[in-house]
Design a protein around this ligand. Structure first.
Ligand SMILES: Nc1ncnc2c1ncn2[C@@H]1O[C@H](COP(=O)(O)OP(=O)(O)O)[C@@H](O)[C@H]1O
Ligand SMILES: O=C(CO)[C@@H](O)[C@@H](O)COP(=O)(O)O
Length: 532
């Protein structure tokens, strides 16, 4: 069946992902191949010291992204998008979206990027004997309690960004298990929030006398393929302001971008892994057995079907590269050149390939915000060199690209060297891999492991949630998610693999040695340079 007929007979499936810098929508056909897309660019704001996106920006962004998808459908197929087979919503995970009974947000959305929750995360990690990262929803909630914030008593519902959008589109207060595992830990047996930890938390805050218990305010946990409600009339109008989209479409459990990344790289089975590298970077390896102990640098989350995953998460990845690219753009404008931003990114990324394997001694820290893995509460982006280092564009770009994945390497060394985790295949996706053969080669050097990249590398997440929506309606009876992905989606396609070279590995290790020593310089920068 051609794409136009697929759309006109209501068989297309829609996936929407709220990334940190872009909201992406992708329409797929019955073979799970993308047939149309739309996107919207946005940015987080630092308001009163906390990273946020406003409710207005969330809806304006979603509607603009959907409108761009609709325009693409009209342009490519000269038809209107009215009926869909399934929809899925995914978003950046964690953070804090707390609502009162009137469905009003109580404080601005606190995103995953905030590092103000150190005390809460530390106390909860000890209480639960489980690593609770700063960005998880439970850390945000407990920090608000520790701060004595007045709004806490009024919380009626606490969810993530994906959970919020899903709720507004369907009326259902539910969450996919992967996204839920970034709110509070999941018990792999019950596939629900860990009951012992929930009870410990309720006991901890009992003296405060709030009128709620944790289970009353959290979304219901669902695994991939479970019924999560349908698009309401009101939801359809909020998504498609032109009014063409019809209500009634099943919407799959909303997921986090970790789960959609795993899905889009066929990495939901044990011994498979993937690395997402965009605004933030995070590696995710599906575990064969539990870790021997909790580690502060390893977060345990789940796949969309509930298997345990070890994640190393770094707050900072490409934002600092973007700032430098913007500087080069300004230089081009100054010289009267016409700027093609895509070409500028591609050429600068490719220039890095001509640099020395150790970046000629140059050193960069991309800490736009704090970085928990290396113990930085705040960050100051830095570029450091000695007079005799090999200072040229190739080494400069290479040092920026190494810096973007340096913390990821430090965290993964713990996972592979101390826990001796086994993995057969690691697939990269996200903007860092957009320029073919560059980010991929550097990550292979950093992890000293072959890295695969698929064609969909730049748009993986939106496609991943579209696949989860497709699984909801197109799976065979009783078919598992890994089986559906193997047989209906990937059919043996594992992308293009790049192996690390000995020279690159040695160069990256030398860079990391100097990076680790230089963390004292970064600490001093935080101490002596005001952040405003
Ligand atoms: N040719 C390119 N054009 C635009 N961005 C690029 C390009 N190549 C790499 N990038 C990087 O991709 C990043 C966005 O990656 P993405 O995975 O979409 O991020 P997120 O999901 O966090 O919004 C940008 O910040 C930029 O640094
Ligand atoms: O925190 C997580 C995953 O644990 C992400 O949702 C968060 O880093 C945002 O990811 P992006 O940088 O937008 O891809």
């Amino acid at each position: 069946m051609d794409a136009k007929t697929t759309i006109e007979t209501g068989r297309a499936v829609l996936g929407i992902e709220f990334g940190s810098t872009r909201i992406k929508a992708v329409l797929i056909d019955q073979e799970n191949k993308p047939i149309a897309q739309g996107n919207h660019t946005w940015e987080n704001q630092l308001v009163d010291g906390l990273w946020t996106y406003s409710i207005e920006a969330i809806w304006a962004g979603l509607q603009d992204c959907y409108a761009a998808l609709r325009a693409d459908v009209r342009k490519q197929y000269n038809t209107e998008l009215e009926n869909l087979a399934a929809i899925g919503v995914s978003a950046m995970m964690h953070g804090y979206m707390a609502f009162n009974k009137k469905q009003e947000i109580l404080v601005p959305f606190r995103t995953w990027r905030n590092t103000n929750t150190g005390k809460a995360a530390e106390e909860l990690s000890e209480l639960f004997a489980f690593n609770i990262p700063l960005r998880w929803s439970i850390s945000h909630l407990y920090q608000a309690i520790l701060n004595g914030e007045n709004h806490v008593k009024d919380i009626d519902y606490l969810t993530t960004l994906a959970g919020y959008i899903h709720w507004q589109l369907t009326g259902e207060k539910v969450l996919g298990i992967g996204d839920a595992s970034g709110m509070i830990p999941i018990d792999p047996e019950t596939k629900n929030y860990d009951a012992t930890m929930v009870e410990k938390f309720d006991n901890l805050v009992e003296p405060k006398g709030y009128g709620w218990k944790l289970n009353d305010i959290l979304p219901k946990v669902l695994v991939a393929g479970e019924n999560a409600g349908t698009l309401t009339e009101d939801g359809a109008k909020r998504l498609d302001v032109s009014g063409h989209l019809k209500a009634g479409t099943p919407v799959c459990p909303p997921e986090g971008d970790a789960g959609t990344g795993m899905t889009a790289t066929n990495a939901v089975k044990q011994r498979t892994g993937n690395v997402s590298a965009g605004t933030s970077s995070f590696s995710m390896i599906v575990l064969e057995k539990n870790l021997s102990r909790p580690y502060r640098v390893i977060d345990v989350v789940t796949t969309p079907d509930g298997s345990a995953v070890a994640m190393v998460h770094c707050n900072n990845c490409t934002s600092e590269i973007n700032d430098w690219v913007n500087l080069f753009k300004q230089f081009q404008e100054l010289m009267g050149c016409k700027v093609d931003l895509n070409k500028l990114y591609t050429n600068l990324f490719e220039a890095a390939l001509n640099g020395d394997a150790d970046c000629g001694g140059l050193l960069s820290y991309n800490y736009v915000s704090g970085e928990p893995v290396t113990d930085m509460d705040e960050g100051r982006p830095l570029f450091i060199r000695a007079a005799n280092d090999k200072f040229n564009l190739a080494n400069f770009m290479r040092s920026q690209l190494y810096a973007a994945i340096a913390v990821l390497k430090i965290g993964n060394d713990v996972l592979f060297k101390e826990e001796k985790v086994n993995v057969d295949r690691i697939t990269g996706h996200g903007g860092y891999f957009k320029t073919a053969g560059v980010g991929q080669r550097f990550l292979a050097a950093a992890l000293n492991s072959p890295i695969s990249v698929m064609e969909t590398a730049g748009e993986g997440g939106a496609w991943g949630i579209a696949l989860l929506a497709s699984y909801l309606v197109n799976k065979d009876d009783g078919q598992s998610l890994p089986d559906f992905l193997d047989h209906h989606v990937f059919e043996g396609n594992t992308g293009v693999e790049v192996k690390p070279t000995a020279e690159d590995v040695a160069g990256f290790n030398k860079y990391i040695e100097s990076y680790t020593k230089g963390l004292a310089i970064e600490k001093a920068a935080v101490r002596f340079k005001n952040a405003n």
